[in-house]
Structure formats: C-alpha cells, structure tokens
Design a binder for this molecule. Sequence first.
Ligand code: S3P
Length: 173
Amino acid sequence: MEDKKLIFLCGFMGCGKTTQGKKLAKALGYHFIDLDEYTANKYDKDITDIFQEFGEDEFRKIETTSLTECITDNMKTVIALGGGTPCFNNNIDLLKKSGTVVYLKMSADDLYKRLFKETAKRPLVANKETDELYVYIKDLLAKREVFYNQATISVDGNLYEVDEMKQLVSPKV
Ligand code: S3P
C-alpha cells in the first residue's frame, strides 16, 4: 500500500471533489482520475444514463468495480470519488486501507447553493423542487457523514487551499 500513494477525495455532490482533486494532483505531480468519468468512459454513457438504465443498486455495484480497478491499476494518483462511493459495499474500508482519504466538508446550506443550479447533471437530485432539494441534501448529508467522517483528513471545502492540502497529505504519501 505504502508505495501505491493513492489519495481519495470524498464528499457530498457539488463539494468540489473533481476541481480540487485536479489541482492537488497537479501540485503533487500525480495522475488524476474522476471515478464517475472512469465509469462513464467504460460504459460509453453518461453517469445519469447508467443510473437510469441500470438503477441505483446496480450502479453501486458498477461503481465499486470501477473503484477496485482504479485502486489495482494505479500508483501516485488522486482519485475524485462519487458522492456516494464511500457509503456503499464497505467501500470506506477499502479506501482506508488503500490510501489517504480526504473529506471535503461543506454545510448543507453551502451544498444547496452550489447544487440547485445544476440538478439536471445529477440523477439523485434531478427534478427536485427548491424546498424538497434542501431537505433532501440535509437528510442525505447527515446519513453520509457517518462514512465521510471516517476519512483520514477532513478539510473545510470552502477554505481549501491546494498548498495546505499538499502539506497535509505529503507526510502520508
Ligand atoms: C452520486 C454522486 C455523483 C455520481 C452519482 C451518484 C451520489 O457524483 O456518482 O450521480 O450518490 O452522491 P458527484 O458527487 O461527483 O456528483
């Protein structure tokens, strides 16, 4: 595990995993993988289409397979996970034993502000009305934090600085 040097970015939909993951990978001189993009390329379909076609249960199996492949096939890589990745199929245990897990923490209020403009891209929140969306985010975040809080490092997604993150992960990678 030590020499694989994998860093996983986890957190709720819309917290900035892909954007910050790319910056961190660049700063560290690591490769970058977006897990959703990996799965979409594998199936040659958007995540929304995979979700709709196969349903959520099957999507979670597909997601775990993609995660396992990314872990097996890569070294020195920052991997941006999907919002639900750590919360299914004991993926959190696999993540913790395979590398450093970083939680990009954000409040339900901030997530709502970021998500309400772009619900269409995300199957779990597509077609939700304003009030319904806020309650959904709050409830789901509370459930998912049980998993996110098991990350190796927790950082405020609003205050994220790539140099600081580089320092935080460096002794561990
Ligand atoms: C999901 C988040 C999405 C994607 C899928 C399911 C979730 O990724 O994996 O739509 O369960 O929270 P992002 O967190 O990148 O939006």
